[in-house]
Design a protein around this ligand. Structure first.
Ligand SMILES: CC(=O)[C@@H](O)[C@H](O)COP(=O)(O)O
Ligand SMILES: NCC(=O)COP(=O)(O)O
Length: 243
């Protein structure tokens, strides 16, 4: 069954915008679990623009599902992961000035570094995922690096202008998922997925988890947080199962 990882980063973005204690990403995570989230994703950025270290620590003790901690491949972040021991870590590329994660991790271009991080995290019992572009070269490299899971970056599909471009980008995502499954990887996907574009990805056979955040936070402003989570999960299950 397809799974929904709810990303709570942008609940924290709203809190950080005013330096308040609300809205609480911890409360959002617990409510998302009640509403059907299968895991909670959070990205501890090096610049701490949204999620803070304390959020990670508090949530690690409270989540009933799983924590998927997104982080850069740096010594600082590996030390955080080894201390917190989330169930899952997703290694992502990071650039300080970027608005959001603009592309996938270049695993092929830094194979030894990524393989070393995968091995150290796996040794601590953490399941490692690599956030990569829908590119067969990166999938092969992820497999060689020893990651059991990949997450395909769906940003270009989500940002596509017009039907032809969206179809082209969706085909790249579909081919990447098939390629990853053939390598024996668990293949997840995410970034930029929204209520109007999620079903085409959820319908791809074999896709594991979809990690979705910004759209759910945005929709929650109008329909409420739990309802926004429930509706995203409903759309995914409908597309994946026809029910
Ligand atoms: C790696 C990734 O896709 C997530 O980090 C997500 O995009 C939310 O975080 P940002 O908006 O800070 O990139
Ligand atoms: N890895 C993708 C993610 O966690 C959520 O991305 P977005 O839905 O906030 O774009």
């Amino acid at each position: 069954m397809i799974k929904l990882g709810v990303n709570i980063d942008h609940v924290a973005t709203l809190r950080q915008a005013r330096g308040t204690r609300y809205p609480s990403p911890v409360q959002a995570a617990l409510m998302a679990e009640n509403a059907g989230a299968d895991s909670i994703t959070l990205h501890l950025r090096e610049d701490r623009r949204h999620i803070q270290d304390a959020d990670v620590d508090i949530l690690r003790g409270l989540l009933r599902t799983k924590m998927n901690l997104e982080m850069a491949v740096t010594e600082e972040m590996i030390a955080v992961a080894l201390r917190v021991r989330p169930q899952d870590v997703c290694l992502v590329p990071e650039r300080r000035q970027e608005l959001t994660t603009e592309g996938g991790l270049d695993v092929a271009g830094q194979l030894n570094k990524v393989a070393d991080a995968c091995a150290r995290l796996a040794e601590a019992g953490i399941r490692v995922s690599l956030f990569i572009d829908p590119d067969p070269r990166q999938l092969d490299a992820a497999h060689t690096a020893g990651a059991p899971v990949v997450e395909i970056h769906t940003g270009r599909y989500a940002d596509a202008v017009g039907e032809a471009e969206a179809e082209r980008e969706l085909a790249r995502v579909r081919t990447a998922i098939e390629h990853g499954l053939a390598l024996g990887l668990q293949v997840n996907a995410g970034h930029g997925l929204h209520y109007h574009n999620v079903q085409a990805v959820a319908a791809i056979p074999g896709v594991g988890e979809l990690n979705i955040g910004h759209a759910i936070v945005a929709e929650a402003v109008f329909m409420g947080w739990e309802a926004a989570v429930r509706e995203m999960k409903r759309l995914m299950v409908e597309a994946a199962t026809g029910r």
